[in-house]
Design a protein around this ligand. Sequence first.
Ligand code: HEC
Length: 326
Amino acid sequence: MRFSSISSLLISAGFLAVATPASSQSPFPVPSAESLPLEEGREELLRGCNLCHPIMAMLGQQRTEPEWRGVVDAMRGRGAKVTDEEATRITQYLAKHFAPGMPVRRGAGRMPGGRTFVLGGRPPDAEPVIGSPLETRDPVGANQKPAFAGQTRAPAVRTRTPVEAKIVARGLNHPWALAFLPKGRMLITEKPGAMRVLSATGEVGAPIANVPKVLYRSDGGLLDLVIDPEFARNRQIYFAYSEPREGGSGLTLASARLSDDETALESVRVLLRIEPTHTSVSHFGCRLLFDKQGKLFMTSGERMDPAIRVQGRPRTSTRAWANYCA
Ligand code: HEC
């Protein structure tokens, strides 16, 4: 086998926020949880809805009761651990205090067309100002401090590299990863579970046979893909996917040989299963990368698990988060 070792880095694809110097005021300040009226439902909201994102940053929104019910149900689908009764109390609380027509809070997060953004940062489509900090969010956690001054204050820059965007292929189903094969052809993964070859001129090939079954749900699916540095000689590829397992799912790394006619994977082998198997359908990872010594690196996610996610590295980009929400 070509590569000699696999390293797994724990990263957080999560929404942990990092404190920022108090001097840089955001135009959309996150209100403190103390501003929430002390009524039934508040406690459940702060306990059940604060794990994956700071809930206070999500409450620039105004919705009707059925709409809030829809949000709460969607969040339960994403893994929010609240009982039926708690979900009802949270819905009623939100519907009462964050209803359409109520006095709009500063920075209320509804964009034209119904898109939303979180409090504490710029609206997603605001133009960055070159030279000014990209991240302008206020601290959201009581004990969060930057590791060094200015950590979350990197200025916006304009790239000097000219970039030309050109559409190569259309009609792909959630393409996730791309690796260049010899002669300008491309091997791609589609998140629902297909792998295909694209010609250099963009003709889309049929699904390649023998790709293992993947869990295609939420963040899960057929994910990253790299070809062996010596692919021209050995035709080896490495790919990772959300593997359906007894009791849940997990990120799995496999290798295979791409058949000479490029219609099938041969000798598919599982190389690494990230444990534990988890019921969450979020934050699997993953990126694959060969270094110059031929070692393969893989990143794995924290599966939105409260115990694991605090071990991950915080993500600092409000912009990415806001866009994700929109
Ligand atoms: C398991 C993680 C998790 C928990 C717990 C969670 N959320 Fe979310 N929430 C997400 C993710 C991921 C998104 C962004 C993607 C999306 O909109 O589905 C999100 C987005 C949102 C949004 C903005 C999206 C929109 O449609 O406007 C609101 C509002 C929200 N959550 C409210 C809540 C409430 C209320 C609760 C408690 C019942 C909650 N969240 C608990 C993961 C979570």
